[in-house]
Ligand binder design. Structure first.
Ligand SMILES: [Zn+2]
Length: 371
């Protein structure tokens, strides 16, 4: 059974505590005159209460405040709803009752009562600022230009989306995600099997392939990550590798060669082709085919039923159209397979539709030839 409680007023203190390894934000209230507590609990005037916010709620509150240019010290009227909990240690809850916040409202136009003391703030400064996404992105871009895209700790070049802003003294610096999380840069190892595959693909000796791999990470930029893998992009046009996917322990999972495509001529679906990577799982029956840029008449492109059944995102089409209009070309090229019975589109359907809607007669495509 849960007991629902509410309060309204100005907290006397806001503290940051740790509960089960997670941060919680405790709002302490004293003699909250509108607290409705269940029968049998101490008299309203005698109690103090602690309301616990989780991290998400905390940032929601900061965001709400930042929208109207207010800060935590302006929290004159906060309306809180929550469930009473009994299982919290005294070190976290200093109130007579402890409440897990379910919902809250901030009343923006309330004013501070004349005799109320300032709110005691015991919060790690790094949790006090809320960057709204737009502001954060524009700041990250600004810092990215300022630091030439380099992480201020390890020096790795990165895409700005793979970096995080950190307050360093009074300055903001930009760190790669790895340094931000205190994780080391992986030292890569490619197994013999993968090196062999890469060597064959790049038409290099084993030794030269190893040399190409050894350029990592100097000539690569960190462009993204997930829990399991890190993705690096090589900007140098002379590097035969375009993308490299490395697992957290430094094992090379896959590479995407520049200007080549991985092509499986079996009945397999085209995900592997579009995905354009070599992975261990797919090594067996795949082969590498050179892809070429070529201009193709839009009318000549065959569209499979699979595509025709799809309902493409109008926004995506509009974006492609805008790009065509401004650059006279598309941002990326549709991928076509040349078969005996015609030119078949396998990737870039929205680009195709955009070209059609704009009455463009001929578009540049990647083409691979099926043997
Ligand atoms: Zn770094």
């Amino acid at each position: 059974m849960t007991l629902r409680v509410k309060t309204q007023g100005r907290p006397i203190a806001i503290r940051q505590e740790r509960l089960n390894g997670e941060y919680v934000f405790c709002f302490d209230f004293k003699e909250p005159f509108t607290t409705c507590i269940p029968n049998g609990m101490p008299n309203q005037e005698e109690i103090t209460s602690t309301y616990m916010f989780n991290k998400k709620q905390w940032y929601t509150l900061l965001r709400e405040l930042s929208k109207i240019d207010k800060s935590l010290k302006d929290l004159n009227e906060l309306r809180l709803y929550g469930n009473l909990t009994l299982y919290i240690s005294d070190s976290i809850s200093i109130g007579d009752i402890t409440v897990i916040v379910q919902d809250f409202h901030y009343i923006p136009y309330s004013v501070q009562k004349p005799n109320s003391s300032p709110i005691q703030l015991l919060i790690d400064p790094s949790y006090l600022t809320f960057f709204d996404h737009k502001k954060r992105t524009s700041l990250a871009k600004e810092l990215h230009t300022q630091y030439d895209g380099q992480c201020q700790k390890c020096g790795q070049r990165c895409d700005y989306r793979s970096m995080r802003i950190k307050n360093y003294g009074s300055d903001n610096i930009l760190l790669c995600l790895l340094c931000f999380c205190n994780r080391p840069m992986p030292e890569i190892t490619a197994t013999k099997q993968l090196t062999k595959v890469i060597a064959k693909l790049l038409k290099l000796s084993m030794k030269n392939t190893q040399d190409v791999l050894n350029q990592f990470p100097k000539k690569y930029a960190f462009v993204g990550n997930s829990l399991q893998k890190l993705i690096y992009w090589a900007w140098d046009q002379d590097n035969p590798i375009l993308l490299m996917e490395v697992s957290n322990n430094g094992l090379v999972n896959s590479i995407t060669p520049r200007n080549h495509i991985l092509y499986n001529n079996a009945e397999k679906n085209y995900i592997d082709i579009i995905d354009n990577r070599i992975t261990y799982a797919d090594l067996s029956d795949l082969r590498f085919v050179k892809k070429q840029r070529i201009n193709i008449l839009v009318d000549q492109i065959c569209i499979s039923d699979q595509f025709l059944k799809k309902k493409p995102d109008p926004l995506k089409i509009q974006r492609s159209k805008n790009y065509y209009t401004h650059h006279n070309n598309s941002s990326r090229l549709p991928l076509i397979v040349q078969k005996a019975n015609g030119l078949h589109l396998i990737d870039g359907y929205t680009l195709y539709i955009a070209a059609q809607e704009l009455n463009i007669a001929e578009i540049e495509c990647w083409i691979i030839k099926e043997k």
